[in-house]
Design a protein around this ligand. Structure first.
Ligand SMILES: Cc1cc2nc3c(=O)[nH]c(=O)nc-3n(C[C@H](O)[C@H](O)[C@H](O)COP(=O)(O)OP(=O)(O)OC[C@H]3O[C@@H](n4cnc5c(N)ncnc54)[C@H](O)[C@@H]3O)c2cc1C
Length: 464
């Protein structure tokens, strides 16, 4: 029987799930979801067991269904902050969303182990069969960003066969067989691996950390979407805008963000060049600073049994060492394109750095707005940042989208109700008589105006 559908969604990762979850709220369209993997959840199916979300679970996932209860951790490295789901919890959630929410709607057909090929055919990866599908409305690319994780990536360096170099997924299984550990990479995964080792009893002196580039981190204390954190979070939002209004360059903005508690760095003597929006707490960084063998000689080129060869030098090998490869680049930057283009939708970031929220908003726009120009007006895609300068490049579309949403009553209302936008929900609930909170929000709005004007100057001064 020939396949037919209204929407063909490519990818059953969190992006595809969040899009479909929202679309079925507003439309009775039939949706076919295809994925090369055997199960929903995308890269979460392959992550290391001790991975955490960067953001609190209370506003991650799909719009209809909580990922976790509202809970503040009372122990551990995240003490005092809203809890962060672990990888297996997110995977289980994604499986449940497909099983208990999307499929029972009667509107969704899910085809696992099925690749959408560039020519438009659906290729069953088990049977090898190829089928065409008639798409009555749109093809939705929910796999625009490639998530590159250590388990599945291709290493950009050489490792001799007598060296044990593993992704972090193997760390819990192998750790007790080694007396020394070298963590390769300086992103969130590397931080997780170092913290896991430290909190599981490895002495800091048994860890060597290869840091190719230093990064600025988002201070998790300022990203807590809960009423008890209102003053700190919204006060910081106003500070961020004031920082931007006063900044003279991207680097100067980074330092202002550090002074306002918005950003953190591992070593205050080193100027970070990277910004991937990873969130850390001051407590976690304090722990990581106990690792004194930090190697800053650029990227790894070659690992042999006697040495690690890097861009700018080499370090000798340590006996009984396990190499932990955390060098995968997570989300890869991609050329931007219009979100809505005729019979194609390409899901991209509309609110930095929240991809599921962006996917849900795109579904809402698709269902409730008429023409592509109108939809695209509210959905300028935001690039994936790599450097501190890129941070300026994401701020402009992010602020533009916020402005357009604020001017659209229907979108404003949708945002203020969406569980995926923890912040608008809280701001919308401020009591009209609560002068202190209103003053904080007002300060943010005022700073926003001058910040936007200065952002244009800062962007104009950036190299093309
Ligand atoms: C360690 C880590 C922590 C993170 N923490 C957060 C966080 O706190 N908050 C946040 O917002 N984001 C976080 N992210 C980002 C996270 O990647 C996104 O939230 C989200 O999970 C991305 O989902 P996705 O569906 O876009 O991509 P993926 O998970 O990569 O899924 C894409 C799917 O598309 C499928 N696919 C691709 N091409 C095809 C094709 N041609 N045919 C069929 N199927 C195809 C793939 O098989 C895959 O299953 C984190 C990422 C990592 C790595």
């Amino acid at each position: 029987m020939a396949l037919e559908t209204d929407y063909l969604v490519i990818g059953a990762g969190m992006t595809g799930l969040a899009f479909v979850d929202e679309l079925i709220n507003h439309s009775d369209a039939h949706i076919t979801v295809v994925d090369k993997r055997d199960a929903p959840g995308g890269h979460w199916n392959d992550v290391y067991s001790f991975v955490n979300l960067h953001q609190p679970s209370v506003f991650y996932g799909v719009g209809s269904t909580e990922l976790a209860d509202y809970r503040i951790d009372t122990a551990g490295p995240n003490k005092g902050f809203l809890s962060l789901a672990k990888g297996p919890e997110i995977t289980a959630y994604c499986h449940a969303i497909m099983r208990d929410r999307l499929l029972p709607s009667g509107q969704v057909t899910y085809l696992p182990f099925t690749e959408f090929e560039p020519q438009g055919a659906l290729h069953s990866l088990l049977s090898g069969a190829r089928e065409t599908i008639k798409v009555r409305k749109k093809v939705v690319n929910a796999a625009h960003y490639t998530n590159v994780i250590p388990l599945t990536h291709t290493r950009k360096f050489k490792v001799d066969s007598n060296v044990t170099c593993v992704p972090p997924n193997d760390l819990p299984r192998l750790a007790t067989h080694f007396s020394h550990f070298t963590v390769l990479g300086a992103g969130k995964t590397a931080m997780d691996a170092c913290l896991w080792l430290l909190t599981h009893g490895a002495p800091a002196s048994a860890i060597r950390w290869i840091i190719p580039r230093d990064a600025w981190f988002v201070n998790r204390a300022k990203t807590q979407p809960g009423p008890e954190f209102f003053d700190e979070v919204f006060g910081n939002f106003a500070d961020q805008r004031q920082d931007l209004a006063d900044a003279t360059s991207a680097r100067d903005l980074a330092h202002r963000h550090e002074a306002s508690g918005t950003w953190l760095r591992l070593d205050r003597a080193i100027e970070p060049t990277m910004f991937h929006a990873a969130a850390m707490s001051e407590g976690e960084l304090e722990k990581l600073r106990t690792i004194s063998d930090q190697v800053r000689l650029g990227r790894v080129h070659h690992i042999t049994s006697s040495a690690i060869y890097l861009e700018r030098g080499e370090v000798p090998a340590v006996l009984g060492n396990l190499m932990i490869d955390c060098t995968a680049s997570a989300v890869l930057p991609k050329p931007l394109q219009p979100v809505f283009a005729g019979d194609q939708i390409t899901i991209q970031l509309l609110r930095f750095p929240f991809l599921p929220l962006s996917a849900a908003m795109i579904a809402f726009l698709e269902a409730r707005f008429m023409d592509d120009d109108e939809k695209n007006k509210h959905s300028t895609p935001i690039p994936i940042p790599d450097t501190v300068e890129d941070y300026l490049r994401i701020l402009k579309p992010d602020m533009d989208n916020r402005l357009h949403i604020a001017r659209s009553p229907i979108l404003r209302e949708w945002m203020s109700l969406s569980r995926l936008d923890g912040y608008s929900r809280i701001a919308a609930k401020v009591d009209k008589g609560d002068l202190k909170k209103l003053a904080i929000l007002h300060r943010g709005r005022e700073a926003n105006k001058t910040a936007y004007a200065n952002l244009q100057n800062l962007l104009a001064a950036l190299p093309v």
